[in-house]
Design a binder for this molecule. Structure first.
Ligand code: GLU
Length: 387
């Protein structure tokens, strides 16, 4: 069978395949410690599940508006105003099948052959692939531990060409966990405005912050940057709703309409009753978000301490998301060799940095229980010391 050429230009998602492999090993009784996918281990809070169950019982089981349930679009617009100082109406919001889908819809609506999209590297693995699927060209901006894995405004300015259409900002970052300070975000905003390009701000980890780090939305620094900003986010990480698949895109009305048209011909609406769970998530107490954040904070301390006690491992302490991203150069292994051997010898699943454009790094997710963290870190320690 001759497949479309675009398929050959992208690779399967390693985060998903490694997580699936770890789950399959567990299912056949193998004692695997999985630090692979960024998936909170907590159950979805009860009041969110209750709202979805109620919606099911009330018969909210039919097709809905392709762009999302009006009440949810309103709730998201309110949230963006209250939490992020972004003045959107429901018409500026598209409800999607998860944050990943909102970014995909955006790329399909905005990017075409000849367009360049600037992505800081290390990057979340699906960004460049989505740009490629849309026919555009990803332009990677390298960063390393010396700048906290953050780009500088000057670096961004120099990378912008007449073909640059979009810059991808992800803070807190997956995979590095780094958070741009408000001043750093503002300096990037100034370059975006000066060069008149667009920015998509992936804010999926905005609630998961430590050590007093602050998240600010790039679009909140005045009308010029607001007009050039698109927000992508979702419910998966903050509310432990990964399997629900609910995300959103917010931005210019014409863009949202265009992304909605693409969605209307690809997935129709997001699962109707699930959207009522999302409304409850936004409109109820946010204590559950804070409880989970506090648990992540504790796990981060333990995992970071254990990791940095291992000789030959170098890791900056991140102040957001739920990942540790560490350098393995001193082991002499590639990231894939490291991951394969660790899984084979010690049954610990991690993600190789090559998936994120950094073959000398490994990503650990600490969105898992403390017992697995303790056990998995014992094994990781033993593995590295045996090399
Ligand atoms: N975003 C999460 C991660 O990076 C989930 C898997 C995925 O969508 O890539 O692990």
């Amino acid at each position: 069978m001759k497949l479309a050429a675009r398929v050959g230009q992208v690779t399967p998602s390693l985060t998903l395949s490694i997580a699936a492999k770890a789950k399959a090993m567990k299912a056949v009784g193998i004692d695997v410690c999985s630090f692979s996918a960024g998936e909170p281990d907590f159950d979805t809070p009860a009041h969110i599940k209750a709202a979805a169950k109620k919606a099911l019982d009330e018969g909210k089981t039919k097709y809905g508006a392709a762009n999302g349930e009006p009440k949810l679009r309103e709730a998201i617009a309110r949230k963006l105003l209250q939490d992020n100082r972004l003045c959107y109406g429901p018409e500026n919001v598209l409800v999607t099948n998860g944050g990943k889908h909102s970014l995909y819809n955006l790329m399909m609506a905005l990017i075409e052959a000849g367009d360049e999209v600037i992505i800081p590297s290390p990057y979340w693995l699906s960004y460049p692939e989505m740009v490629i699927l849309a026919g555009g060209t990803p332009v990677l901006l390298p960063t390393d531990a010396s700048t906290g894995y953050k780009i500088t405004p000057d670096q961004l300015r120099k990378a912008i060409t007449p073909r640059t259409k979009l810059f991808v900002l992800n803070s807190p970052s997956n995979p590095t966990g780094m958070v741009y300070s408000p001043e750093e975000v503002q300096a990037i905003a100034e370059v975006i405005v000066e060069k008149d390009i667009l920015v998509v701000s992936d804010e999926i980890y905005e609630k998961i912050l430590y050590d007093g780090a602050i998240h600010v939305s790039i679009g909140s620094f005045g009308s010029e940057i607001f007009d050039r900003t698109i927000i992508s986010s979702g419910f998966a990480k903050a509310y432990s709703m990964t399997g629900w698949r609910i995300g959103y895109l917010a931005g210019d009305v014409e863009l949202i309409k265009a992304a909605g048209t693409i969605q209307g011909h690809s997935t129709s609406n997001v699962c109707t009753f699930a959207q009522y769970g999302a409304i409850a998530a936004l409109e109820s107490s946010q204590d559950c978000v804070e409880e989970m954040r506090l648990a992540f904070a504790q796990r981060r301390e333990v995992m970071y301490e254990r990791l940095t006690a291992i000789p030959g491992i170098n890791c900056s302490k991140p102040n957001g998301a739920f990942y540790l991203f560490f350098n393995i150069s001193e082991t002499g292994l590639t990231s894939l060799e490291f991951c394969d051997a660790l899984l084979e010898n010690q049954q610990v699943a991690v993600i190789p940095g090559i998936a994120f454009g950094a073959d000398d790094h490994i990503r650990l997710s600490y969105a898992t229980d403390m017992i697995s963290i303790e056990k998995g870190m014992d094994r990781l320690d033993k593995f590295v010391r045996s090399l």
